[in-house]
Design a protein around this ligand. Structure first.
Ligand SMILES: NC(=O)c1ccc[n+]([C@@H]2O[C@H](COP(=O)([O-])OP(=O)(O)OC[C@H]3O[C@@H](n4cnc5c(N)ncnc54)[C@H](OP(=O)(O)O)[C@@H]3O)[C@@H](O)[C@H]2O)c1
Length: 434
């Protein structure tokens, strides 16, 4: 006969009750029976800290649970586990540190915090022997952290490629499917609430870069900080690039790439052209996906909602149940382990295929002059297309794999060639030479 399920009540102090926090409160309420029967613990949200006590909140909790004194929630002896869904660096950092130091496990969804001061927080958690869980910090509702650090712990991960920002994926989908300009697609995303009024964190790739930092740290057990990640956003992508990509059999996506190559790591966020047959090409609208390449498992893809209160709360609740079970059993979950310092390859040394668009004079001898510049800098051309535009021609090149520094030098030199009127977009290609 199976052991009777041991039921314990684990009391939760919730820091923040916005999109994610309020969805978590509702989820805990709606799924209480399932949680209790499956996990053998009862989860009770006892204290909630918010900024504005007067705000109406659609959550099944009495008004007496709320306070704006965040510290009192962390230090309350009736709080066993702390969930941080405030966001930003402070006061989240101090509150989490205090909770960990007093032996309380913490669950957080805060990518910005982990990308910037994750090392310090993990050391504090390690020192106190308590869980610091953060599944929701990357790709919202998609389970990624646990698969990387537990399910794939015995494999050797070579590369993780992610579409980890729903706003930019939505904008690029509209540009691809409707032929919209970047500005029209952004305006539509703002109207629908997918993009903030100040969209720079998303469109310039900062949000994706913070997530890339966490992905690389977990996938490679390395100490990666925000400054290690090369970043480019999508604001320079034009409708012409999108149309050329389609003609060439590609689609443009903002990718976060973390890879190991010859003992070094490379971590970067930038727009890429990916072949239409690649599984990531099918990730549309505001969906996210992670494509993992590892020695034993081969290729693996995780797909789902990377943001939104409810999907993110689902990931937070998974962590919360883990922390609660560990607390009830006196154990701990998988730890992040010792993060080693690894060389992170500067972007100049990274190799990719490239797409280049340029406008040139449409007359004999032009191609030879241009090809000469590619050759001088050791960049080999894979394919070229030409289209007439009045007295000019638009040339589209796709290169073989080349170092970023060499490609940059080629572009620099091309700008000085008299027949070259404009070097337009330069976009990396996730090609068939990987
Ligand atoms: N939303 C998503 O789709 C999503 C996805 C993945 C990860 N995340 C992460 O989840 C976290 C929360 O995001 P969210 O969208 O839920 O944010 P949000 O809607 O802005 O909610 C933030 C909450 O924190 C409270 N708060 C802010 N500063 C505070 C302070 N100094 N003291 C006490 N309370 C404070 C706010 O109080 P008031 O309600 O009184 O203003 C609000 O309840 C962030 O780290 C975010 O990056 C969010």
């Amino acid at each position: 006969m199976a052991d009777p399920v041991r039921e314990e009540t684990v009391r939760v102090g919730l820091l923040g009750c916005g999109h994610v926090g309020s969805a978590l409160v509702r989820l805990v309420d709606e799924h209480a029976d399932v949680i209790e029967s499956r996990a053998g613990v009862r989860i009770e949200i006892t204290r909630v800290a918010v900024r504005n006590l007067a705000r109406e909140r659609d959550v099944p909790l009495p008004a007496s649970s709320f306070t704006h004194d965040t510290e009192s929630v962390v230090t309350d002896p009736d709080v066993d586990v702390v969930v941080e869904v405030i966001g930003g660096i402070e006061p989240a950092r101090s509150l989490i540190t205090e909770a960990l130091k007093t032996g309380k496990p913490v669950v957080t969804a805060n990518k910005e915090l982990l990308a910037n001061v994750g090392k310090e927080l993990f050391e504090t958690a390690e020192g106190s022997g308590v869980d610091l869980l953060f599944e929701a910090s990357v790709a919202g509702g998609i389970p990624l952290i646990r698969p990387l650090r537990e399910s794939l712990a015995g494999d050797r991960i070579r590369r993780v490629i992610g579409i980890v920002n729903g706003t930019t994926n939505y904008i690029l989908t509209r540009m691809t499917e409707e032929g919209s300009t970047f500005h029209d697609a952004l305006a539509e995303a703002q109207t629908l609430g997918y993009a903030e009024r100040d969209p720079s964190a998303d469109i310039e790739g900062y949000d994706a870069a913070a997530k890339a930092t966490i992905i690389a740290s977990i996938a490679f057990g390395a100490r990666i900080v925000a400054g290690d990640v090369y970043r480019e956003g999508i604001s320079e992508i034009t409708e012409h690039d999108i149309a050329s990509a389609r003609d060439l059999g590609y689609v443009v996506k903002l990718l976060a790439v973390a890879e190991e190559s010859d003992g070094d790591l490379a971590v970067r966020v930038h727009p890429s052209m990916i072949p239409l047959h690649h599984p990531l090409a099918a990730v549309r609208e505001s969906f996210n996906a992670l494509f993992i390449e590892a020695d034993a498992v081969g290729e693996l893809m995780l797909y789902g909602r990377g943001a939104g209160g409810s999907p993110t709360a689902s990931a937070v609740l998974g962590d919360l149940i883990d922390a609660a079970k560990n607390l009830a059993s006196g154990g701990r979950g998988a730890t992040i382990g010792a993060l080693t310092r690894r060389r992170v390859r500067p972007i100049d040394e990274v190799e990719s295929q490239f797409y280049l668009l340029m406008e040139v004079a449409d007359r004999p001898g032009v191609l030879a002059k241009i090809a000469d510049q590619f050759g001088r800098h050791g960049v080999s051309i894979k394919s070229m297309q030409q289209r007439g535009i009045g007295d000019d021609a638009r040339l589209i090149f796709v290169t073989h794999r080349a170092r970023e520094a060499d490609l940059r030098a080629t572009v620099h030199a091309l700008r000085d060639v008299d027949v070259v009127h404009r070097v337009g977009s330069v976009i990396r290609v996730l090609g068939d030479e990987e």
